[in-house]
Design a protein around this ligand. Sequence first.
Ligand SMILES: Cc1ncc(COP(=O)(O)O)c(C=O)c1O
Length: 313
Amino acid sequence: MPPTAEALVDLGAVRTNIEVLRDRARNADVMGVVKADGYGHGMVPVARAMVAAGAAWLGTALVEEALQLRRAGIRTPTLAWIIPPGTPLGEAVASDIDLGVSTRWGLDEIAAAARAAGRPARVHLKADTGLSRGGVTPGEWSDVVEAAARAEAAGLLRVTGVFSHFARADEPGHPSIAAQLTAFHDALALAEKAGLRPEVRHMANSAATLTLPDAHFDLVRPGIAGYGLTPIPDLAGTGLRPACMDQFVVDIGDDEARAGEPAVLFGAGDGGEPTAQDWAEALDTISYEIVCRVGQRVPRRYVGGDGEWPDPR
Ligand SMILES: Cc1ncc(COP(=O)(O)O)c(C=O)c1O
């Protein structure tokens, strides 16, 4: 029986989008963000397509997501940035997963895991420069960078990165953008003063990758743009291409339809079908929510990869 619904994921579009983003990033590397099951597209096939297109890093929210990538054989440097207290970290340290640090206790837990594993952990210190969604606050930054430098000297960890995240980069010109950039430069200066020499400094999400070269630093972290959706609906000429597409009733007016005819809910838009952005505007939300909400029981079919990919789940 053919499935009654399927989500067709165009991995060729994902590859094209990463190439577009690499071009925009110029000298900075690209981290493909594949959290939330690859924004609903299926994490592992999307991650493979991103790496094939030159993404030098992958980014996940959870450590478990990063471990799934490793278990799938993906060895690309991978950062996981949400680490709740008590998260088991031994396998992550052993698998060379880079771990985000937003608190002093987070740093201490990683150092303890590294001591137990008998090898240094790779960490990225996250500075809260104004978003207030994770990140070390300015008041605690000096303490954390100094503690990180001591742990590095003790061989417990290596600070491979320092990063931050924008609150409103999708509103070009918003005053918070310049204020956050200044705060990030201040945080970097304090880290350097403490003796830290991170390999990668990174701050740019999709919106900043597309519109804010000053925020590119060594690495950019696009999420939604990798899936071909723009975080800034009015931004023209990005060259991005949407990679996506149970029972309900649609009023088609006087048009005619036969049983079994396919109905495309959303796609790239070139065949006249609505896009995820059209749905987002109709529902007064953002395209992120449209693609991430295609339920798990809708099988994904991958095209545009190295041959046709079955749904790995
Ligand atoms: C730390 C971090 N970096 C990058 C991203 C990617 O953001 P976007 O999808 O807007 O490009 C996210 C997503 O929220 C994030 O939390």
